[in-house]
Design a protein around this ligand. Structure first.
Ligand code: HSE
Length: 412
């Protein structure tokens, strides 16, 4: 065992930060034996008073206690938001410390700069925990599939909305009740609009796209829709049709451009993603040499996310000093294009006039639940979809397509 200990500071002792502290305290001896180097939690920086908690003896309240402590090798940044997280990360890197983070806002917004800065300083900026919670996805893309040509990544990457949709489906919870439960379980972001309006999965798919395609993908340019328009009747009809509603994040490389989106879809039980329930995430990666590879596990919450952070710490223990991987974010910015593929669509009709409903379109089966009527179209191009929607309102004046969801009935 080398004499020099590997000391870690945790910055932000919230849900995930306290999980990292718990695992490091519990597993320090095992890690030290396995990696021939004493691994220890040295300090926890938090503005809260940690007196009387298991973290009391590690508590510091001045950032300088971490930044100026030459014995600290790595800072784990688990504070949310951008302001303080960005400042402290930059300062820690400039002070010669590795940074490991779960903060995807930070990675999606400033990852390019921070990775580059870390590269110049000879330290690492690692963020496995920023996507997929417990699911290893960043390291597999970066290392295990490093020689592959990835053409598509599609998945359920937001635990909160998947948990909500599952609870609404299985126990008939309202949107608000389901959100409250997700918050109580520590899945939701501080501002849950990030989850329910799709910005969290947009950041995640941008991060994955950047790594997979070697081009920086700006999450703000990704067309994004959340789950607010999904009703209990949509969920019931989806079940009757043999599927489930899921918030899907997708990115495809098409002629060098990136077609990415986040939107709710009707996922049929012929797709792996249909079985991803509760706070689980499932991510399909399609590569030239591998075909489809499926990554699956708990996507949010204290210990699953903390475990991913600890995996990054293990990566630092196993040779960070010799690692010269060039930052993936430094490449050119990707051009974002629309996904123009054909698809079947779920269409919910609002304001249907009384009486027998025959939409004048062949081979469609109408399904009704409560006061909601919906159907699945044949395979349509985006312009054919527009025509179909127009045709409906022409046949039934007053009726409108209240919700249109792509139907996902294959793997990728
Ligand atoms: N709010 C996020 C989610 C946390 O629900 O997936 C994990 O990134």
């Amino acid at each position: 065992m080398t004499n020099k200990a590997f000391n870690v500071a945790v910055i932000g002792c919230g849900v995930v930060g306290s999980g990292v502290a718990d695992i490091l305290i519990r597993e320090s001896e095992k890690l030290s034996a396995r990696y021939s180097r004493k691994v220890a939690l040295k300090s926890i920086l938090d503005i809260r008073d940690l007196t009387g908690t298991p973290y009391e003896k590690y508590a510091v309240c001045d950032p300088k206690s971490v930044l100026n402590d030459e014995e600290i090798d790595a800072a784990v940044v688990t504070v949310g938001g951008l302001d303080f997280a960005y400042t402290i990360t930059k300062k820690a890197i400039l002070a010669g410390k590795h940074v490991v983070t779960s903060n995807k806002d930070l990675v999606a917004e400033h990852g390019r700069e921070l990775e580059s800065l870390a590269y110049d300083k000879g330290v690492r900026f690692l963020y496995e925990a920023s996507v997929g919670g417990s699911v290893p996805i960043i390291r597999p893309l970066r290392i295990c599939m490093g020689a592959n040509n990835i053409s598509c990544i599609m998945g359920v990457v937001n635990g909160t909305t998947n948990y909500m949709l599952t609870r609404m489906e299985e126990d008939g919870l309202s949107f608000e009740e389901a959100l409250w439960e997700a918050q109580t379980r520590g899945y939701a972001e501080a501002d849950p609009s990030s989850d329910v309006d799709g910005f969290d999965p947009a950041r995640k798919i941008a991060i994955l796209s950047s790594i997979a395609y070697g081009q920086f993908v700006d999450y703000k340019k990704i067309p994004t829709a959340g789950i607010r328009k999904i009703t209990a009747d949509d969920i019931a009809i989806a079940g009757a049709l043999g599927g489930r509603v899921k918030l899907i994040a997708c990115t495809r490389l098409e002629n060098g451009k990136v077609a990415a989106y986040v939107e709710p879809q009707l996922v049929m039980n012929t797709s792996y993603l249909c079985s991803v329930s509760g706070a689980y995430n499932g991510i399909l990666v399609k590569g030239e040499y591998t075909g489809n590879t499926f990554f699956y596990g708990i996507g949010a919450g204290k210990l699953p996310t903390a475990n991913a952070i600890c995996g990054d710490i293990v990566e630092l223990l196993t040779g960070a000093e010799n690692d010269a991987v060039k930052p993936g974010f430094i490449a050119k910015e990707a051009e974002i294009t629309k996904d123009t593929g054909s698809s079947k669509y779920y269409i919910r009709l609002d304001n249907i006039p009384d009486g027998e409903f025959t939409p004048g379109i062949d081979n469609i089966k109408m399904v009704t639940c409560g006061s909601t009527t919906a159907f699945i179209t044949g395979t349509l191009t985006p312009s054919e979809l527009e025509e179909t929607v127009e045709k409906l309102s022409a046949v039934f004046p007053g009726a409108s397509a209240g919700l249109v969801l792509k139907v996902l009935d294959a793997s990728v």
